[in-house]
Design a protein around this ligand. Structure first.
Ligand code: BTN
Length: 337
């Protein structure tokens, strides 16, 4: 109902009276008035003038994150259908796993503007303040071997990188992927800093994949980061000086993810995406430190395989090593990348 009023107002040429809206939608004038109140609460600027009615104040720059704003920007067939938006939740990854247990369809997307129990990788917390960022998770039920599941994260990173390219920031703003799945940004050739994180959680049934939840947290319009993290972390606003429309960013990720994921499934490997993924990687040609529990070493990152592994030439002259995404961590020798 709220969404139908919004649509009627955005299509109207000027004002629509309460009576016109109530006739159009077949509801009472009180119901119209209540729905207008809710839209205003969500951030829509609606002008009300006696004897004229209501008018949606046009504002291309308005940043409103909700189900309707995301849905109208999605061009996908299944990714993001449906969108379940919550202003505040614990963790969208947890929400998706609960929905999966209740039989939700593949592609179900949980989006929130604030998380009170955001989860990061390696059991860390993902700081999720309200109103400025995007926190979202999707449900997948891929019929692939368990060992392939980490690939989902790489595909998500690539889709996010491609969405960022669509925003056409000036050349001095460079985006990249830090293998396997952190999105980083560098300004004027400065150090790359992380502003997007991805957490993929897989659940098994016997030895097969029951479902996979990919969660992504994008630090977008936030005006500051924790001083302790400043050297390695940033937000899109701090890097570019521009505020973005969060619904556009959210939808853009899935508009890229769906075809990339399908290309991966039909090839059974990263091969169709490998070139694009490699060219987005900021590690290639750089020195990396591999924090392998079996023994730490440094080397030069050379390439990525069709299995998503990072090929590293160790500094000690030994044979090239293929690093899987598992529990191994890659650090730059200078700074975060
Ligand atoms: C990382 O540590 O880099 C991964 C962070 C992933 C955060 C996202 S926000 C949406 C989803 N819900 C969560 O609780 N975590 C992921």
């Amino acid at each position: 109902m709220k969404n139908r009023i919004l649509q009627a107002l955005s299509e109207a040429d000027g004002f629509l009276s309460g009576q016109e809206l109530s006739n159009l939608l077949g509801v009472s004038r009180t119901a119209v008035w209540k729905a207008i109140g809710k839209l205003k609460e969500e951030g829509y600027e609606i002008e009300a003038v006696t004897n004229k009615g209501y008018r949606l104040v046009p504002d291309q720059e308005r940043d409103i994150l909700n189900q309707a704003e995301i849905e109208k920007r999605l061009t996908t067939v299944w990714a993001g259908h449906p969108v379940i938006y919550e202003k505040e939740t614990g963790s969208t990854n947890d929400d998706i796993m609960h929905m999966a247990d209740e039989g939700a369809a593949q592609g179900t997307l949980a989006v929130a503007s604030h998380q009170t129990a955001g989860k990061g990788r390696r059991g860390r917390t993902w700081l999720s303040p309200a109103g400025k960022n995007v926190y979202m998770s999707i449900l997948l039920r891929p019929q692939i071997p368990v060992s392939e599941a980490p690939m989902m994260t790489l595909i998500m990173a690539l889709a996010t990188y491609e969405m960022l390219q669509d925003l056409h920031f000036p050349e001095r703003i460079r985006f990249g992927i830090k293998w396997p799945n952190d999105l980083v940004v560098s300004v004027d050739g400065g150090p790359y800093k992380k502003f997007v994180g991805i957490l993929t959680e897989m659940r098994l049934e016997d030895t097969e994949i029951r479902d996979v939840t990919i969660g992504i947290g994008l630090n977008l319009n936030l005006e500051s980061v924790d001083p302790e993290l400043e050297e390695t972390a940033t937000t899109l606003y701090l890097a570019t000086g521009e505020k973005v429309n969060r619904a556009e960013i959210a939808a853009g990720c899935w508009n890229h993810f769906e075809p990339d994921y399908e290309a991966y499934l039909s090839a059974g490997s990263l091969e169709p995406l490998r070139e694009r993924y490699s060219s987005a990687l900021v590690n290639i040609g750089r020195k990396v430190r591999i924090l392998d529990p079996k023994g730490e070493f440094t080397g030069i990152a050379k390439a990525v395989t069709s299995g998503g592994e990072l090929v590293v030439t160790p500094d000690d002259g030994s044979e090239d090593r293929r690093i899987g995404t598992g529990e191994i961590s890659v650090r730059g020798v200078m700074g975060y990348v």
